[in-house]
Design a protein around this ligand. Structure first.
Ligand code: EPZ
Length: 428
């Protein structure tokens, strides 16, 4: 099995360029279903989840040309199926992002009910409730969701009970061809939502209000293919900038918009880091002790849950105690138990993690619990005493392109290596 081995205590500093956002690229790929023809996506991250979404699209008849590792030409003129099988949805929950586009194109869709994952139940009840308001009828049978709009999709007002990113995206895409206007109230405001709305409008849609809590979609009759650049990945950027706050040596990240990390960078400053913001880059360093600060994860522009583990890694070394409250997912503290194996002092009480700062981490064998927790464990290894070995790194591969290579370019003593799988049977 592949593991990441990192030797702590070396200076980590310099400049990296982040890729396009995973949490935008996957939905942009799904949206190409609605514009028959060839859409070109640039600045696409070369990550496992993009490969899975490629399989989802090919499975329904799309053709994908990999122009280079960051550019895809997706021809959806031959899409002739509206079914997404379980094995692909099980691999990646974001496969459900094809629900809205398939309903828009065919008036029906069959998508496997997504299972839970390490961070929570990951239900899609809000997607279903919202789509029903637009005239979609659902049947769930043998683990599959059968969706159909026998009388077509009709615009209406949908108020989300939580500013769900996925539900906002599916509703936005499902309403593009709906008769009349759809209003999505309490919509998610993430930059990836804005990126998707921008591409839909470039294709000929009429979406307004993306980035605000109220999105309006005026139905149109068709969309045309375009060329679109994926927005820079603010979470990949935040992960590398957190390393600048962690070790203290300056880390500069290019290829993203620092306003997409507003509260995160303010929290880094409250923790004693220095932040220099440019239009498409940011530098973080620290020359005073890490100070504790409380964190509450919330939908954008609140503190992003996808930066919770990386920030916990910092707070675990702060001079004092603080509380991290996870309001978005019901089970996103597994990282804390792995970090405790490295010497962190963290007490979990429901949605709260009480973090008591310690002097330092000691290198250990740890397992990546999920995508962001895995990256944060590697971060901890950079400053731990001795060697840290992180396993289950397929989680990291889902959302970080060239994570080891980028860290090496910053001076980290890190390698990806293969170790005998402890499950290997002994031969008798
Ligand atoms: C997206 O997931 C991201 N994934 C997540 O990033 C991110 O953490 C999350 O948004 C919040 O920002 C992608 O974009 C591929 P939600 P999504 O719908 O759309 C519950 C990463 O690390 N909920 O905003 O699934 C849900 O269970 C990943 O890159 C319902 O109960 O997030 C969760 O607790 C992790 N019913 C909360 O709402 C629903 O119908 C937020 O979910 C929908 C969601």
């Amino acid at each position: 099995m592949d593991v990441i081995r990192v030797e702590g205590g070396h200076d980590v500093t310099g400049e990296v360029r982040v890729e396009g956002a995973k949490n935008s690229a996957l939905k942009l790929m799904a949206a190409t279903i609605m514009a028959s023809g060839t859409t070109t996506l640039t600045n696409v991250p070369n990550i496992a989840d993009v490969h899975v979404m490629g399989k989802v699209l090919k499975n329904i008849g799309a053709k994908i040309e990999v122009v280079n590792e960051h550019e895809l030409k997706i021809d959806t003129s031959g899409v002739d199926s509206w079914e997404t099988p379980y094995h692909l949805v099980a691999q990646m929950r974001a496969s459900t992002a094809v629900l809205g586009p398939l309903l828009s194109r065919f008036g029906k869709a069959v998508v496997a009910m997504p299972g839970g994952c390490n961070i929570g139940a990951r239900k899609i009840d809000m997607h279903i409730l919202g789509l029903e308001a637009l005239g979609v009828e659902f049947k769930v049978d043998h683990g599959n969701i059968y969706a159909s709009a026998p009388h077509g999709l009709v615009g209406d007002t949908v108020t989300l009970s939580f500013a769900s990113v996925g539900a906002t995206e599916n509703l936005m895409m499902a309403s593009v061809f709906a008769r009349g206007t759809t209003t999505i109230d309490n919509a998610a405001r993430e930059p990836e939502i804005v990126d998707l709305a921008n591409m839909l409008n470039e294709m000929g849609a009429k979406v307004s209000g993306a980035g605000s809590p109220v999105i309006e979609v005026e139905g149109v009759s068709e969309l045309h293919p375009v060329t679109h650049e994926v927005v820079g990945d603010r979470i990949e950027a935040g992960t590398f900038l957190a390393i600048g706050a962690l070790t203290g040596s300056p880390v500069t990240v290019r290829g993203f918009n620092p306003t997409h990390l507003g509260l995160v960078l303010k929290k880094f400053e409250q923790m004693g880091a220095s932040v220099e913001r440019e239009a498409r880059a940011c530098t973080v360093w620290r020359d005073r002790p890490l100070a504790p600060t409380d964190i509450q994860t919330l939908p954008f522009p609140g503190f992003p849950t996808d930066m919770q583990a990386q920030t916990m890694c910092l707070l675990a070394l702060a001079k004092g105690s603080c509380v991290i409250t996870e309001n978005v997912f019901e089970n996103r503290f597994m990282f804390a138990s792995e970090l405790s194996r490295m010497g962190a002092d963290i007490v979990i009480e429901g949605h709260h993690a009480i973090v008591h700062g310690v002097e330092g981490f000691s290198g250990a064998q740890v397992r990546s619990p999920d995508l962001r927790g895995g990256a944060a464990l590697v971060m901890a290894g950079l400053v731990a005493d001795g060697v840290t070995t992180v396993s289950d790194i397929h989680h990291i591969d889902r959302g970080y392109e060239g994570f080891v290579e980028k860290l090496s370019s910053l001076g980290a003593r890190i390698e990806r290596t293969t170790v005998a799988d402890e499950d290997d049977d002994i031969t008798m």
